[in-house]
Design a protein around this ligand. Structure first.
Ligand code: GLA
Length: 381
């Protein structure tokens, strides 16, 4: 339980809190940019969260406070609209989702505190949405199903942050459990919690501290390419498309849409293989698949960037002799973080080397830490 965050959130309220909600960010091990293509993804909820402490204030307004951000006031009697300050739009979007379900939200005061780095590809926005939804459940004394809650939060991101994201982030933040990966079949929206508790394994997250673009069209453009490709291929779902199909229509699809299609098909296959490798404790194979995933994201999907490539290459140079199984970018890309699978006993040396070498290569001080699968969105008693 993130006690420091909870205490900080409690301190930010002018009255005693009656509800405390927590929701984590996520890291994705493999299965990138295929959640909106009916693919499989394998994220886990990290041990970094957003905490909201709140209490009803007897009014019909929500008063929101978050350190380092302008305060926000939201009139709960009106339909929600995108507005200022920007950070409160995620909250407005979730409030809108509850209002659409017919809930009458009482006025409240809330203080938000976060340990999920923003703009780092670790889904701080999904954490904010899922924490808000959990808070509203607490204030209303209701409970949505996890799936309904995650989909409501995804809609908030679509409508109020205007990012046409898939379902991975909100599902990971909602369904996360300690020591479990959240394997999602994005065609059926079915979740399987996969054990991930080998004491010899560790996951290193390296935030490059650069963020080039995402909501300004590059993400939406990738999604559009995949939709265009599927139409050309004439199949109902990416799950029905093979690499042979893509190669047969290579010239018709044209560049870069043909490479986008190749990424989708090969990444779906890699993720299925990765699930199998994990079940067999074959971490060497899992690492190779992660490496191949990065190469495909860099060359075919073109969502990596120089800093992500540098960070990934630094981990790869350490290699298996230094305890590294594999490394790749994680999340939407264009900056943000990498994920490295490694031997636990080697993590300190690996992190020190990556930190030093990345700084030497780029002049940027990265943020590098280990994380483990943690509990998803919940209320604190
Ligand atoms: C962002 C989106 C997710 C997913 C990833 C890429 O995090 O929110 O839905 O598409 O990018 O895998």
């Amino acid at each position: 339980m993130p006690r420091d965050l909870i205490n900080a959130a409690l301190k930010g309220l002018s009255r005693p809190a009656t509800v405390i909600a927590v929701a984590p960010g996520r890291v994705n091990l493999i299965g990138e940019h295929i959640d909106y293509c009916d693919g499989f993804v394998m994220p886990f909820a990290i041990d970094r969260s957003i905490v909201i402490a709140a209490a009803k204030n007897g009014s019909s307004e929500a008063h929101l406070r978050s350190e380092g951000q302008p305060d926000a006031a939201i009139d709960l009697t009106l339909p929600q609209e995108i507005g200022e300050p920007h950070w409160a739009n995620y909250v407005r979007g979730v409030i809108d989702g509850f209002q659409q379900l017919g809930y009458d939200i009482p006025g409240f005061e809330a203080c938000f505190v976060s340990s999920v780095p923003g703009g780092a590809g670790l889904s701080s926005s999904a954490a904010l949405e899922c924490a808000t939804a959990t808070l509203l459940e607490g204030l209303l004394g209701i409970s949505l199903s996890k799936k309904q809650k995650a989909l409501l939060c995804q809609k908030a991101e679509h409508d109020f942050a205007q990012v046409p994201c898939g379902i991975m982030d909100q599902f990971a933040s909602t369904f996360g459990e300690e020591n479990r990966l959240v394997m999602i079949d994005c065609r059926s929206a079915e979740v399987t919690l996969v054990p991930f508790e080998n004491p010899d394994l560790a996951v290193i997250i390296a935030n490059t501290k650069v963020h080039h673009q995402l909501s300004d069209g590059a993400y939406a453009m990738r999604r559009q390419h995949t939709e265009e490709a599927l139409k050309w291929l004439g199949k109902p779902s990416w799950r029905d498309v093979t690499l042979t199909d893509v190669k047969a229509r290579w010239n018709d699809l044209g560049d870069p849409v043909n490479r986008r299609a190749r990424h989708v098909v090969t990444e779906i296959a890699r993720t299925q293989k990765a699930a199998h490798a994990l079940a067999q404790n074959d971490f060497l194979l899992l690492g190779e698949l992660m490496d191949a995933s990065h190469d495909s994201l860099r060359d075919d999907f073109e969502v990596s960037c120089e800093e992500l490539d540098i960070m990934v290459n630094l981990a790869r140079e350490i290699g298996i002799s230094g305890g590294v199984f594999g490394a790749r970018m994680t999340g939407g890309g264009f900056g943000g973080s990498t994920v490295t699978l490694c031997k636990r006993e080697c993590t300190d040396v690996i992190m020190t080397t990556m930190r030093r070498s990345y700084q030497q290569a780029t002049g940027i001080v990265p943020e590098i830490f280990c994380s483990r699968p943690s509990r998803g969105a919940h209320l604190v008693d």
